[in-house]
Design a binder for this molecule. Sequence first.
Ligand SMILES: Nc1ncnc2c1ncn2[C@@H]1O[C@H](COP(=O)(O)OP(=O)(O)O)[C@@H](O)[C@H]1O
Ligand SMILES: [Mg+2]
Length: 427
Amino acid sequence: MIDPGGSRRPPWPPEPRRSPGLDPVAAPLRGRGPEAGILAESLDRVAAGQPAVVLIEGEAGIGKTRLLDSAVQDARARGMQVARGRAEELEQSRPFGLVAAVFGCERSSGDLRRAAIADLLAAPLGSGGTVTSDPGLRFRTVDAFADLAEALALAGPLVIGVDDLQWADPSSVLTLGAVARRMAGLPVALVGGLRSLPRGTDLDRLISLLETAGARRIQLAPLPDTAVRDLVADAVAAEPGPALLAGAAGAGGNPLFVTELIGALLQDGTVQVAGGRAEVAHATLPPTLRLTILRRLSFLPHPAVRALRAASILGSSFSLTDLATITGSSALELSVALDGAARAGVIEDDAPRLRFRHDLIRDAVYEDLPGGVRRGVGPEGGGGGGAGGAPGGGGGGRAASSACFSRWSSPRIRAWSFAVFASPRKR
Ligand SMILES: Nc1ncnc2c1ncn2[C@@H]1O[C@H](COP(=O)(O)OP(=O)(O)O)[C@@H](O)[C@H]1O
Ligand SMILES: [Mg+2]
């Protein structure tokens, strides 16, 4: 979506009020100085009228989105135009879905160029096809996007941020290539975030093209110990003690895993803070991110968990209206139920929708629905939507993380997961 420059209203009544210790969004960026430096240099280039391309790569939860967001924030602070969007795992078959979101192309748009593109995207009346069924129309649409990007860049510096490129639909990948070819001599930065695997041939081709255009590639490594320490200190708002740090070390430098671990410990009251020091008596921490997420959810009230389970069927982002439709609850009831989940950092505002804070959180909830429910009501018919590289022992997609779950036999974790997923019967 093109940055409108105004502040966004939350989409549902209660204003989320997270405790500072559990607010991973508000916490400062830790341990990514060199990577942030590369992005700042790229924006300097754009400010000087030159193009720049940066690709941020790494496993799920390692901090790609966070880094991309910090570049976007920097661009806004410099007064640059920002076009920002993310590909959705469950929308890979929507032609031009990613680039239409990035450039805010809607039929209701007040901007004629964007509305015209939205018209191109609408299926030709009565044809039963899509914009990609007709190769001529497809290329006209690609050109129209490239023209739009060029016109924006001619008006002033532009930063295009595209996240989760591994899920981009083929037409959007083609379009980003066309945009990149038009960037020479223009003040445009293209900043992409993507998981290292899996990757289709279309995306490989785009990456080669971007490399030829001088793309800089940032491979995000696990956070160093000092940064993990800082991350823990931010979360507990105190100096972390050795046992707490030893527990956090089990997260292997993956910031999502670290924040989920500490969130779980804070939620169950295991962390004791005294005299500015935070410590745990004995850290009994789940060995995988997935189990940690399940443990975190077990502290939420039942209505919140039920709402999250239903939301997981809708995808990583969902609207209250759709959730109300599939649950039969009112939007108001759902908003109250989900308020606690927002405060705990499980979901967040992505106006006009809500979003799981991370795809892996959605995956953990979804994968624990009974198989029959997933097959019966899931938008991908139970087949799509894998975790794709979950860290902490659950890597390699849905099957691997399920296997990992059943391998770990602690009765306590079983009790947690039972508490989370046993829905009370209606009486
Ligand atoms: N360097 C960092 N410092 C502080 N928090 C971070 C850092 N990197 C990531 N996080 C937090 O960790 C979580 C996962 O990061 P995210 O960027 O969503 O991962 P990815 O996009 O690679 O899957 C988010 O809550 C994010 O705010
Ligand atoms: Mg991400």
